[in-house]
Design a protein around this ligand. Structure first.
Ligand SMILES: [Cu+2]
Length: 239
């Protein structure tokens, strides 16, 4: 009995560790291409279950996986509009460098921005980046990310207002997305201050309304591969 109980516990533990090492968080953001800025410097604190996904796009955690959105990061990253923001994902820490997300967890990546004063609530968000599935290379965004050791560079638009913004990065893992609630969302938010922009007015979206559980890019069986992929959510802002 003792043996059975212990091995059952060990199996559960192994399964738990496997799941945790499959998952991902935003670990660093920079304006100079560096990948090693400390996580707490510019990224909003993670919620208590750290790198676990959100499964409900209507959950409050879908915003930034940050409990209550009550605590800011230590600082706000200055960046000039038109320059690249570098964002880096890892499992639990920055080593080994290729541990972005499990190869089983394939899907698209997104970056959204919202004025900081909104704290991400209501109609405040616009999309600045999306990458889904490329039928030519047969690679998902997550595959490319893994090749790049979790690093992605995204241009900050020039036609926006100067000021402080939340930047919401998001990976969606689709391996279980063949049933409703199966897609795994990995959002996190960083804080930036944009200077050098020339003003503009992107159309704004409520993040709790950008996806529905039955969107073709959210409810999709990818187990046997796909020939194409319809990226969910609003279009990328292009002035
Ligand atoms: Cu998972």
């Amino acid at each position: 009995m003792l043996f059975t109980h212990t091995s059952g516990y060990l199996l559960a533990l192994v399964a738990y560790i496997r799941v945790v090492t499959a998952h991902t968080n935003l670990f660093s953001v920079s304006s100079d291409g560096s990948t090693t800025n400390p996580t707490g410097l510019y990224i909003r604190p993670y919620y208590q279950h750290h790198n676990s996904p959100v499964r409900d796009p209507k959950s409050p955690l879908f915003l930034c996986r940050s409990e209550g959105m009550t605590t800011g990061a230590a600082k706000i990253l200055p960046i000039v509009a038109g320059n690249d923001l570098t964002v880096v994902w890892h499992h639990n820490n920055v080593s080994p460098p290729d541990d972005t997300i499990s190869p089983s967890h394939r899907g698209p990546c997104f970056v959204y921005m919202a004025p900081m004063e909104s704290n991400g609530q209501g109609y405040s968000w616009f999309k600045i980046y999306e990458q889904g599935y490329d039928p030519a290379t047969k690679l998902w965004c997550t595959d490319v990310l893994r090749e790049n050791h979790g690093k992605l560079s995204v241009k900050i638009p020039t036609q926006i207002n100067n000021g402080e913004y939340l930047v919401r990065t998001e990976i969606i893992a689709l391996h279980d997305a063949g049933t409703i609630g199966g897609a795994q969302f990995y959002p996190n938010c960083a804080q930036i201050t944009v200077t050098g922009a020339t003003s503009g007015s992107p159309e704004l979206y409520d993040i709790s309304e950008v996806y529905n559980a039955t969107d073709p890019g959210i409810l999709i069986n990818v187990r046997r591969g796909v020939s194409s992929y319809k990226i969910p959510g609003p279009p990328v802002y292009s002035p």
